[in-house]
Design a protein around this ligand. Structure first.
Ligand code: GDD
Ligand code: MG
Length: 322
């Protein structure tokens, strides 16, 4: 079986980090986002197709140097074709039922169970669903009593949303879906889903966690969720001196903490130095970042090698070379 990952977005909401790192390679707890999708795929998925356009070279380099245990095919779009155009553009690789993912979604979905659900309900496809308070930033579905989707609204105004069940960005499609995607730049959400409801599109709800990692807030929230679920640890190679304290759940690699306070919910990569009097919480410090004395970092992502100057107060920001 083939799995398709839509990974061509520009990642505008993660700039300046995404000026030199495509969104699928943004690390979430030491693992690129795209690996959070690939690694839990069921064994019957032997090929992963990545529909890319932005920063294809960086993705090619990643898959050339990392074995993910499956065949990986990167398919380029000279210009972004939209979520529907991207699916149509890889038609030649799709042979039967396939799984498709929005490339920025990390969740605890059980794909084997979703496949069972899809096979027993039939129809052109199954869409994963997740309940949220405010669905206005998402696709929203209406369903009948048997789980069949009867209406689809993309990013409705809050007061116009027909439910709080949103499109969670994981799908199982029959190849027939391709017949309903016109050529060119096409949005699945706006131009295809509303037109295939009569072919049988079912909604599959799941439990656990779900995060759209398209923004700084959501990546930090995803990190908090995964750390609280037990994803934390501290490398035995961490150098901790001058009463550096680490509080709460964190993932800390081969870094250097000197007389500072770190945590909770912090991910620190190799060769980071956090200096005396500095405080870091709810943040991501990428390889070689330097937090100078007395600086404060909260709710932020600090890019590779970036320096947070002495006494600087960084709150809810992404700092990286641009
Ligand atoms: N290859 C390719 N080409 N991929 C694309 C393109 C394109 O032109 N445009 C977007 N993508 C990829 C993005 O990289 C992302 O992984 C995925 O498609 C969804 O696009 P986003 O831009 O992140 O959409 P969104 O977050 O506003 O909304 C989508 O996701 C929500 C759930 O997170 C929609 O599918 C909503 O209905 C859904 O609720
Ligand atoms: Mg998104």
């Amino acid at each position: 079986m083939k799995a398709l990952i839509l990974a061509g977005g520009l990642g505008t909401r993660l700039r300046p980090l995404t000026y030199y790192l495509p969104k699928p390679l943004v690390p979430l707890l030491g693992k690129p986002l795209v690996r959070h999708i690939i690694d839990p795929l069921p064994a019957e998925v032997d090929t992963v197709i990545l529909a890319v356009s932005y920063m294809k070279d960086a993705l090619e380099e990643y898959f050339r140097t990392h074995d993910v245990g499956r065949k990986v095919i990167l398919v380029n779009e000279d210009q972004p074709l939209g979520t529907g155009g991207a699916i149509k553009n890889v038609s030649r690789y799709l042979d039967g039922t396939f799984i498709a993912f929005n490339g920025d979604v990390v969740c605890s979905i059980d794909l084997k169970d979703m496949l069972r659900f899809h096979r027993s309900h039939g129809g052109i496809g199954t869409m994963s669903l997740w309940q949220v308070e405010d669905p206005s930033a998402f696709g929203v579905v209406g369903r009948d009593g048997r789980g069949r989707i009867t209406a689809f609204q993309e990013k409705p105004r809050k007061e116009e949303a027909i439910s709080r069940a949103i499109n969670a960005g994981v799908y199982i499609f029959e190849r027939e879906i391709l017949d309903h995607i016109p050529d060119g730049v096409v949005s699945m959400e706006r131009q295809v889903f509303p037109n295939v409801l009569d072919r049988g599109l079912h909604g599959y709800e799941f439990k656990g966690y779900w995060v759209d990692c398209g923004t700084r807030e959501s990546i930090i929230a995803a990190q908090r969720t995964l750390l609280d679920l037990g994803g934390g640890k501290v490398s035995p190679e961490l150098i901790q001196e001058d009463d550096a304290t680490v509080v709460g759940a964190n993932l800390i690699m081969r870094a250097h903490l000197r007389g500072c306070r770190v945590g909770p919910h912090v991910y620190i990569e190799d060769d980071v130095l956090v200096s005396r009097g500095a405080e870091v919480s709810e943040s991501i410090l990428l390889r070689g970042a330097l937090v100078e004395e007395g600086a404060k970092v909260r709710g932020s992502i600090i890019g590779p090698g970036h320096v947070v100057a002495k006494g600087q107060d960084v709150k809810d920001e992404i700092l990286a070379r641009s």
